[in-house]
Design a protein. Sequence first.
Length: 289
Amino acid sequence: MRADYPQERSRALVWLLCAVITAFILEMCLIQFGGANFLARNLVLASENLRSYRVWTLLSYSFLHDPKNLLHVLFSALGLYFIGRELLPVLGTRRFLSLYGVGAVVAGLVWTCFHLNPTDSLVGASGAICAFFVVFACLYPERPITVLFLFIPVTLPKTKYLAWTLFALDFVGLVFFELPGHLTVVAHSAHLGGMLAGLLFYQLAVKAHDWRFTLPWRRRPQEVIPPAWVVKQGKQAATPAFQVNLTEREHLKLEVDRILDKINSKGFGSLTPEERKTLDEAREMLSKH
């Protein structure tokens, strides 16, 4: 984790990773002791389970993985870690966990629309990870990113190029492989559903600076979330009852420290317009020195 990454907030990512890994271990144990049918009926996503009102499978499937393929859960864990550690300081705990849940549910619903056959089933966190990546690409579209291609690190100049490439590959996979019913181990429709969830989440709950899903006509004015430099470790400070003199550099520094502590505890969306203006003034002052 980063040096400026608050310990209490990093627990959300740690717990999510532990949940995925623990679920995989329990899944293997259940299968070893004859519990495969229990998994298929109660935790795996399938159209038959939804017809039987097992709606929780829209989320539970994302914690399960192919027990015969260790790389399946390994890549999911790596994706959650590397993307999650970038998103968590910006989104905060509630929006971070909400994004995972929304990504998994929407990915599952989209996949189900294309797989009404009762014998088809889905497991894996890739849909939710696609939602994570789309939000990351929306926040940092110009940032270079390094990916593993055939286990070889390849650096792409901009994150948005990778996002469009993944979208194109999954769209082609859906049209030419998944829809015709050809054998494929990749759930392209779930990936596309996760990307859709990430895009909607960014527009409604990130760009609007509100973790709740609000109606478009009731949203607050849209602003751009600042870069990760505004996240700083420290204990929450009480809001002062007086108006500080922001014309003095020392007072400005104290006010910025208070605002950074507030971001750590409540997220960037909790800031008032005056506090965001103060951050902008501090950034301009720092850029001059």
